[in-house]
Design a protein around this ligand. Structure first.
Ligand SMILES: CC(C)(COP(=O)(O)OP(=O)(O)OC[C@H]1O[C@@H](n2cnc3c(N)ncnc32)[C@H](O)[C@@H]1OP(=O)(O)O)[C@@H](O)C(=O)NCCC(=O)NCCS
Length: 170
């Protein structure tokens, strides 16, 4: 199993999410603070759809967004991982992250995203990694920069919103 999820970091562990995680995921994705750069927070039903989307990704690709917990306590932190995303007609591998609002600012997203970048390079042998980020989402842009994905170009998302593409060769 160990090769199926990123290696643990000093503070964080990864595992696949399941429907048993619905309470935690619905609280995360239903939090207006966490979802402030999205059209709206997700309902419990939409959070279930998010988990099922990731379960399909694990099946089809062997990766997706993983559940992140604190190693010291087992406490739920959020999700972080790798998903295929189409941008400008090209399917890219994206690193994504959501951290519980009361745990933000502790470096957890950076630590988790760095482990996912290493997993993409060393286990998946991916050649390129991107992050697709709304122009006003500075915290997310900082996380991308800190894990070695500098700004590459401006683009428009599939839903027609302006985005900034951060990217690197792996
Ligand atoms: C983006 C997110 C995952 C970062 O999580 P985190 O664990 O707080 O991130 P880290 O602590 O590793 O680093 C955050 C960086 O953003 C900076 N930051 C945090 N809040 C900020 C703000 N309001 N304005 C500017 N920078 C901010 C931090 O200072 C830090 O950068 P620094 O090292 O230069 O100081 C978190 O803010 C989040 O869940 N946001 C909502 C979901 C989201 O937007 N996900 C990304 C979609 S593309």
């Amino acid at each position: 199993m160990s090769h199926l999820v990123p290696s643990p970091t000093p503070r964080l562990a990864f595992r696949r999410m399941t429907v048993d995680d619905l309470d935690d995921m619905a609280a995360l994705l239903g939090d207006p603070e966490v979802m402030r750069h999205y059209p709206s927070p997700k309902t419990r039903d939409e959070a279930l759809g998010w988990i099922e989307w990731n379960e399909r990704l694990y099946q089809e690709h062997g990766y997706g967004l993983w559940l992140v917990t604190l190693r010291a306590t087992g406490e739920f932190v959020g999700d972080c991982g790798l998903t295929p995303q189409e941008i400008d007609g090209v399917t890219e591998l994206e690193v994504g992250y959501h951290v519980r609002s009361d745990l933000q600012g502790n470096g957890y997203a950076t630590e988790a995203a760095a482990a996912c970048r290493d997993h993409a390079r060393e286990v998946l042998r991916a050649a390129r990694l991107v992050a697709i980020i709304r122009p006003d989402n500075r915290p997310s842009q900082r996380v991308a920069e800190k894990i070695g994905l500098p700004f590459e170009r401006a683009a428009v998302s599939r839903s027609g919103l302006p985005v900034r593409i951060h990217a690197t060769r792996l």
